[in-house]
Ligand binder design. Structure first.
Ligand SMILES: Cc1cc2nc3c(=O)[nH]c(=O)nc-3n(C[C@H](O)[C@H](O)[C@H](O)COP(=O)(O)O)c2cc1C
Length: 186
């Protein structure tokens, strides 16, 4: 597939078909991610392909955060169970993390390379007929989520990329035009 076509048709996918993603396809996506530019070739990015137990543990941590304000324990349990079941139901999920460098400048570069890798992964997914969605947020620093994903101290979780066959593909979200955001300097 032409790269410009992949860029133009990539979308964040909200719902996936109940269809497995072959491990070979996931490996291709990870290979694509590792081709991202990487200043100083620090190679800080780590992946965890999440199996059902890891997904369940992560979902329980996410659910517990959602349920925090619920006084009724049964209602809280229901939210936790629903959230973890939803995570387990996603066809495939990859946690992307970076090993934290003590130097803040390198840490920033390393975070950038991780997200460039995520974009490579997402575009490669389009080429393979797959869809993706990047999930981030405060849950990435949650100790229970980190434990479920087996992320040690000294590593930052950048995001979780969900992968699967899209159940539907949303329309493109409008972007500002190039003219609106660009100045061509002398
Ligand atoms: C750094 C980053 C973090 C994101 N985090 C989330 C997230 O936590 N949950 C989510 O549903 N989408 C997340 N997204 C996806 C964006 O919401 C999405 O890219 C945006 O709405 C544009 O839609 P599109 O990807 O279909 O073009 C994230 C995207 C980026 C770049």
């Amino acid at each position: 597939m032409d790269i410009l076509h992949a860029i133009a048709t990539r979308r964040s996918i909200g719902q996936f078909l109940d269809r497995a993603v072959p491990p070979e396809a996931l490996r291709q996506l990870l290979e694509a991610a590792l081709q991202a530019p990487n200043h100083r070739m620090t190679q800080p990015v780590r992946f965890r392909v999440l199996g059902p137990a890891a997904r369940h543990g992560y979902g329980a941590a996410l659910g517990a955060r959602k349920a925090k304000k619920l006084a009724d324990p049964a209602a809280a349990r229901a939210v936790i169970d629903k959230t973890s079941a939803a995570e387990v139901a996603v066809p495939a999920a990859i946690a992307v993390s970076v090993v934290l460098d003590p130097n803040p400048e390198i840490r920033e570069e390393d975070y950038a390379t991780a997200l460039m890798g995520v974009q490579n992964l997402m575009l490669a997914a389009v080429a393979l007929g797959l869809g993706t969605r990047l999930r981030t947020g405060a849950i990435m620093d949650d100790p229970h989520a980190r434990a479920a994903l087996e992320v040690p101290d000294g590593e930052r979780i950048v995001g979780i990329v969900q992968v699967g066959h899209p159940a539907s593909t949303p329309d493109a979200k409008p972007r500002r035009s190039v003219d609106e955001v660009t100045r061509w300097l002398a």
